[in-house]
Design a protein around this ligand. Structure first.
Ligand code: BES
Ligand code: ZN
Length: 462
């Protein structure tokens, strides 16, 4: 504070000097300050490597695959992240928290490959396989929609729009003797393809009832066009689940009781059935790559790298993290950077938005906007958006910002542009990841964050 005041005083007297004597010393002072910030930026930009970040995306989305909150795959993801961060020399801890049961289905083909779907808790949920040939029924709210040879088949239907209407589809399938039901998701609420879902049944049904992603339904239709398709359905209820946050700490150069803390945090879970390459292995990959870049640099503030669990289940990891902090610890957090979906290749998502829940600016939006300006990178824009791990921090009064690629002509969710494939089995490196977008996000977030964490005294241009 004293230093900051002194800095301001110096600036003011220089300005007075330059006015009195007509010199340009103030301008020079600002220029050299920016120059020094620019050369600090280069310490990040010259080293941050999109391919390395995408290698983490590859491990999480391909080697592990879907990582639903609380399941074994999410634990594997946590372990991978922890090992990488330990390898860079950071202190790492796991933070566990309870989450609700998951009902997960495995839909296996004759060739041994399988797809993950979500199961209706009130349908048959068993490891004992139900097998049958697939029958696609377009409709199903009328009993007459089912052909005579429905008995013993696994019926796939595009989901009717209300729970009451899809209950009728299921009841009609049961009456027709179906061995199992797979409901194909509707198109999503944000104009994206629909994701897997747990069909809701208020009273039990004794056959398996699963919720498929829209694209899985389309893929089944394509396979059927080539010939009969045999499926083997199994499901499991996972109980007493714990999800996990991974927390790594970079110690400040000289810690005193006033040392502030800065957080870079990204969720590592995905929705059921989705490899989550962009949502959000990309955010984790960016975080891990910046952790590598920063490892040898001295910083004045404490920096925490956090991989949040169970974001997709209601921002649970970030919420738990904030809840267990004392008020004093909350007050000590200066800034929270949340990358979520930072590498999509979707053309119309042409800007990297720095989003706060109420559209206000804060140290995170300001530092990244300034970094973009210094770097001549105009991708970064401010915006207003919730739906991610910045929300629990924001609600606790902590400056927090989400970074996400989008295209915005209007704030109507059906009009703004995000990739169609998010939350679906197509959120893969092949279909949804751009190295250029990853690099731009690494540079802007990396340089903005480095500027905040590097110095005790904020620079004049903030
Ligand atoms: N990465 C998404 C948020 C997102 C999706 C932002 C699409 C912009 C466009 C995030 O992982 C997510 O899906 N969040 C949930 C939050 C909910 C569970 C509280 C969402 O928005 O459904
Ligand atoms: Zn996400």
């Amino acid at each position: 504070m004293i230093l900051r005041k002194r800095g301001l005083k110096v600036a003011v007297s220089l300005l007075a000097l330059s006015m009195t004597f007509g010199t340009v010393s103030f301008a020079n002072d600002v220029t050299s300050k920016c120059k020094s910030d620019y050369s600090q930026d280069q310490k990040v930009v010259a080293r941050a490597d999109a391919e390395r970040a995408i290698e983490h995306v590859r491990y999480l989305s391909e080697e592990i695959g879907p990582r639903p909150g609380g399941l074994q795959a999410e634990k594997e993801s946590a372990e991978y992240i922890a090992n990488v961060l330990k390898g860079y020399g950071y202190e790492v801890e796991y933070q566990y928290f309870p989450v609700a049961d998951q009902y997960i289905a495995d839909v296996a083909f004759a060739d041994g490959t399988s797809w993950q779907m979500a199961a209706a808790p009130n349908g048959k949920v068993s490891k004992e396989a139900v097998t049958g040939e697939v029958l696609f029924v377009d409709g199903g709210t009328n009993l007459a929609d089912f052909p005579d040879d429905t008995a013993g088949k696994i019926v796939v239907m595009p989901r009717a729009s209300t729970t009451a209407a899809y209950r009728t589809q299921i009841d009609n399938a049961v009456k027709s003797g179906a061995a199992g039901v797979i409901l194909q998701s509707l198109v999503g609420s944000r104009g994206n393809y629909g994701q897997t879902f747990n069909p809701s049944l208020t009273t039990p049904v004794d056959i398996p009832v699963y919720g498929a992603a829209f694209i899985q339904g389309e893929w089944l239709k394509e396979r059927l066009a080539k010939g009969p398709v045999e499926l083997s359905l199994t499901a499991e209820r996972f109980s007493n689940l714990e999800s996990v946050n991974v927390i790594a700490t970079k110690a400040p150069k000289g810690k005193n009781k006033d040392t502030k803390e800065v957080i870079l945090g990204a969720h590592h879970d995905s929705v059921v059935g989705a490899p989550g390459a962009n949502d959000n292995a990309s955010g984790v990959g960016l975080m891990l790559e910046l952790a590598r870049v920063y490892q040898g640099y001295n910083t004045d503030k404490e920096l925490k790298f956090i991989a949040f669990g169970s974001e997709e289940r209601g921002l649970l990891g970030a919420r738990y993290y904030v809840e267990q902090l004392t008020q004093e610890q909350r007050d000590n957090i200066e800034a929270v950077f949340v990358p979520d979906m930072v590498a999509t290749n979707y053309g119309p998502a042409k800007n990297l938005y720095a989003m706060t829940p109420n559209g206000s600016t804060n140290i995170v939006t300001d530092s990244t906007a300034a970094a973009g300006a210094r770097l001549g990178n105009s991708d970064i824009l401010p915006g207003k958006f919730s739906s991610s791990d910045h929300v629990p921090f924001h609600n606790a009064g902590i400056p927090a910002t989400l970074f996400i690629w989008m295209g915005i002509d209007s704030w109507d969710p059906l009009v703004y542009h995000i990739e169609k494939v998010y939350h679906t089995p197509q959120d893969t490196i092949e279909d949804n990841i751009s190295a250029e977008r990853m690099k731009s996000a690494l540079d802007i977030i990396g340089a903005g964050l480095f500027d905040v964490v590097r110095k005790d005294v904020p620079s004049l241009n903030k």
